[in-house]
Design a protein around this ligand. Structure first.
Ligand SMILES: NC(=O)c1ccc[n+]([C@@H]2O[C@H](COP(=O)([O-])OP(=O)(O)OC[C@H]3O[C@@H](n4cnc5c(N)ncnc54)[C@H](O)[C@@H]3O)[C@@H](O)[C@H]2O)c1
Length: 421
């Protein structure tokens, strides 16, 4: 079977587990609210992203995508998309230079017209357009951004007065960050570590750096597998949460000597550095499931240790002290590089938010001035609702008296924007 044909079968299978996107097709497919939109996307090019791309197309948009990560592309998924005529630019193991080339291919569409919408991850495409194609900015109606790091980058641009296009921060939709980051990571992190190493987790001391949403999912899954989990944190609130969740909280200097498996999930650079790796036990496994590739000092390791490539995405380094470090995915996201990323169902929650954000920005231009917006709470609730049937969830219903007492409408929104879930 060709790569494209096997990709098509997997895309069809993923659709079965992406009820939110299928609902978007049923609701908006006939009216095509994205007609006229030329969406340039920068996202992990996976089977699930293929379902998103084909949903946007069914809603009327022209779509071109590049990969947001050099290791995460699933080549069979891009082959299937390309076979159907969709412009997708990215391949697993591309170089940094090739990454930039791919990014630039999304700017102009085959008919010669430029993008007029951005669907971004990490704000890479947003920055590229602002820096390299400023002449195109006035034609762009909006940006959706789906990562914590990307939202931080957009915030910096806005603060410096450099952001020129309205943006919707999809990351902070509850049905995105609380679901993908916690529940997605809870399954995909261990999947990545296991596929790469076949390591038995039970009984091991695992160190998770950062106890935010991703760190919580990571810590829970490792504990669920029987590991003894140590957390590192800089924020006293998260540190206290971790302690009260039953985890030991130490500094990385203290944890480095104890741990057997290390996972970074902070969004912050240089979490595991040379001095930490030198103090680790022999054959400590080190990986990242946080931001891009900057949380582990891979350069130090490459410069200071002898490298043995075990298999793609798994390297064993011999340190000057004779001990070894097993590095996964060269410090890139382990769940994407060593496994297949997040499960279809949780990605359906995230991507349904993205579809709604694209429709909002494209169809309600006047309601979104240049700012970083959030999706209205009602839409966040709709995303969740679109996934309930699939799990057989039955919702209770408020009566008028109860709703009045609670100060909400019978049909929601059920919480204020400040509610933290
Ligand atoms: N692998 C994936 O599939 C995946 C999925 C979603 C998000 N992410 C990424 O994971 C990262 C974390 O996301 P999040 O939603 O958990 O963010 P978050 O802000 O909720 O959590 C990060 C935590 O790390 C802590 N931290 C920051 N610097 C630290 C340091 N030097 N030492 C110890 N702790 C530190 C923060 O206090 C915070 O509690 C982001 O970069 C995000 O883009 C990855």
């Amino acid at each position: 079977m060709s790569q494209a044909d096997s990709g098509r079968l997997e895309i069809d299978l993923a659709e079965c587990e992406m009820p939110g996107l299928m609902k978007m097709r049923r609701i908006y497919g006939p009216s095509k609210p994205l007609k006229g939109a030329r969406i340039a996307g920068c996202l992990h090019l996976t089977v699930q992203t293929a379902v998103l791309i084909e949903t946007l197309q069914e809603l009327g948009a022209e779509v071109q995508f590049c990969s947001c990560n050099v290791f995460s592309t699933q080549d069979h998924a891009t082959a299937a998309l390309a076979k159907k005529g969709t412009g997708v630019f990215g391949w697993k193991g591309e170089t940094d230079e090739e990454y930039v080339w791919c990014l630039d291919q999304t700017v102009y569409f085959p008919n010669g017209k430029p993008l007029n919408m951005i669907l971004d991850t990490g704000a890479d495409l947003t920055k590229w357009i602002h820096d390299k194609h400023p002449d195109l900015i006035s034609g762009i109606r909006g940006i959706s951004e789906e990562t914590t790091a990307g939202v931080i980058n957009l915030g910096k641009l806005l603060k410096e007065g450099k952001l020129k296009v309205p943006a919707i921060n999809v990351n902070d939709s509850v049905t995105k960050s609380k679901f993908e980051n916690i529940y997605g990571t809870r399954e995909s992190l261990v999947d990545g570590i296991k596929r790469a190493t076949d390591i038995m987790l039970a009984g091991k001391v695992c160190v998770v750096a950062g106890y935010g949403d991703v760190g919580k999912g990571a810590s829970l899954s490792l504990r669920g597998a029987g590991a003894r989990v140590v957390v590192t944190e800089v924020d006293p609130i998260n540190a206290l949460q971790a302690a009260m969740g039953g985890f030991e909280v130490l500094t990385m200097e203290e944890a480095a000597v104890k741990g057997q498996i290390f996972v970074t999930s902070t969004g912050c650079p240089s979490i595991i550095r040379g001095e930490h790796m030198l103090s680790m036990r022999d054959n400590a496994i080190v990986c990242n499931t946080g931001h891009f590739d900057s949380e582990i000092d891979v350069k130090w390791l490459k410069d200071n240790a002898e490298r043995f490539n075990i298999k793609p995405q798994v390297d064993r380094f011999k340190l000057s002290n004779g001990r070894h470090i097993i590095l996964l995915a060269e410090g890139n996201l382990v769940n994407l590089a060593c496994a297949t990323g997040q499960s279809s169902f949780v990605m359906s929650c995230s991507f349904t938010n993205l579809v709604l954000a694209q429709i909002e920005l494209w169809t309600k231009q006047k309601e979104y001035p240049v700012e970083i917006h959030r999706l209205p709470k009602k839409l966040d609730e709709e995303v969740a609702e679109a996934h309930l049937d699939h799990l057989g969830v039955k919702l209770s219903k408020l009566n008028e008296k109860q709703a009045t007492y609670m100060g909400v409408s019978i049909d929601g929104p059920f919480k204020s924007d400040q509610y933290r879930y």
